[in-house]
Every structure is written in C-alpha cells, then in structure tokens.
Design a protein around this ligand. Structure first.
Ligand SMILES: *Cc1c(COP(=O)(O)O)cnc(C)c1O
Length: 228
C-alpha cells in the first residue's frame, strides 16, 4: 500500500542512489516535501515518518496548515515555493522560515522590513528564470547576480542560494542542460564572493538529474503525497 511513510522512504532511496552515482554524500541533499493541495493531516503523517521540511505554494492555504499544525511548529520548517506578490509579503514574513521565490528587490525589501524582530532572519533563495515555461516567475539570469548581491545586504534576510523551476522535459539531455545552467549561475555567484550554500531544484520527475547536477535541496510533491 502506498502510504506517505512508504513513499518518503522510496524518495529517500532515490536520493541516496543518485548521490552514490555521482559520489556525493547523502547528507549533501535536503528533502523538501511539497504539500500543496494536501491537508494538514497528510503533513502530520509525513512529520511522524521523520520529515521536517515542508513546501507550500499558496500563502492562504499554507497559513491554514501552519495554524492547524501549531503544536509541532518549532519542529517543522515551512518553505514558500510559490510566486509571491509584493502585497502578500507580510503574512509570509511572519509565518514562514524560508522563501524560495524572491525574484524582485521590492519583494525582498518588504520581507526584510516585515520580518518580526523576535524571529531569526528569513532564509531566502533568489529564483532565476532559466528555461522556465512560466516566464512571469524568476529573474533574468543576467540580472540575477546583482539581485542576489542586493538581497544579501538586507538586514532581516539571509541569502541562501538559487532556486529554479526548469520547464519539464521527458528528454534527460534537455533536463540536464537546464539544471546545469542553474548550477553554473550558482557557481558564478560564489565566485563573485556571495556566501551561498543552496541550489533548490529537482522535482518528482527530475530528482535524479537534479542531484547529479548539484542540487542541494530537492522539492518533491507527487512522489510523496500522490497526484494532485
Ligand atoms: C509543485 C511544485 C513542486 C513539486 O512538484 P512534483 O512534481 O509534485 O514533485 C516543486 N517545486 C515547485 C515550485 C512546485 O510548484
């Protein structure tokens, strides 16, 4: 029977196999369980199976789940991985641990201003539109270093790295090329002196390719919770 606990184990096995193949330690890849559209009980089930990091796309839906799971709030990390409009930043700054989808300085500035003083800095990734099919999300790769440098200066944010959502492709060569481009940009940021450690890429269908190309955090929904 495909329970969430079983699925999690299968995904962890896929990550360790991919790590083995390219001689990376298993501990170099973090699993983010993407729980969008699934109820809080499913998140709790995954938590009880040892999963600690959860990704959500829609702010309102996430806030409801965070409230429903307030008893385990300090043992969970909540990551926003969906598009963020600048008029929705306040609840995000107040409720989340991470935001992967910073693609404009204005959004970053608002998150920094609105991050409550009693909380640690908000951990953020700059989303880059490499080969993305949704051309509205993610900053232009050529503008990404300057944006990352500006984000790194904001007092209540900690810049952690890069996030990308390459257009899905059934062709492994196309998958690898898109993921490699993200990894190269990340290395350019490091070469420019940015202190970053996170490459957020890889979903249920390109997990192995992403790990082979250097992902440090993979965002997996369907393979854990089922079809949406
Ligand atoms: C939904 C989503 C995922 C998870 O995708 P699956 O194919 O279900 O694993 C990862 N990242 C982002 C940004 C998403 O919106």
């Amino acid at each position: 029977m495909a329970t969430i606990a079983n699925n999690l184990q299968l995904v962890r096995n896929r990550i360790s196999q991919a790590c083995l193949k390219v001689h990376r330690p298993e501990s170099s890849v973090t699993l983010l369980a993407v729980s969008k559209t699934f109820p809080a009980e499913n998140v709790r089930e995954a938590f009880n199976a040892g999963q600690k990091l959860f990704g959500e796309n829609y702010v309102q839906e996430a806030l409801e789940k965070i409230a429903a799971l307030s008893d385990i709030r300090d043992r969970i990390e909540w990551h926003l991985i969906g598009p963020l409009q600048s008029n929705k930043t306040r609840p995000v700054a107040e409720a989340f641990d991470w935001v992967h989808t910073v693609d404009r300085l204005k959004v970053a500035q608002r998150l920094s201003e609105q991050r409550p003083p009693h909380l640690p800095p908000l951990q953020v990734c700059v989303q880059v539109n490499t080969s993305g099919e949704d051309s509205k999300s993610g900053c232009d790769p050529d503008a990404s270093l300057a944006l990352a440098q500006a984000v790194a200066q904001l007092p209540r944010l900690t810049l952690r790295g890069i996030m990308a959502l390459p257009a899905p492709s059934p062709d492994p060569a196309v998958q690898h090329a898109a993921l490699q481009q993200v990894r190269r940009l990340f290395e350019q940021w490091q070469a420019a002196g940015l202190d970053v450690d996170t490459v957020s890429m890889g979903m249920s269908n390109d997990l192995e390719a992403a790990v082979e190309e250097g992902a440090t955090l993979v965002r997996i929904g369907t393979a854990i919770f089922g079809q949406r």
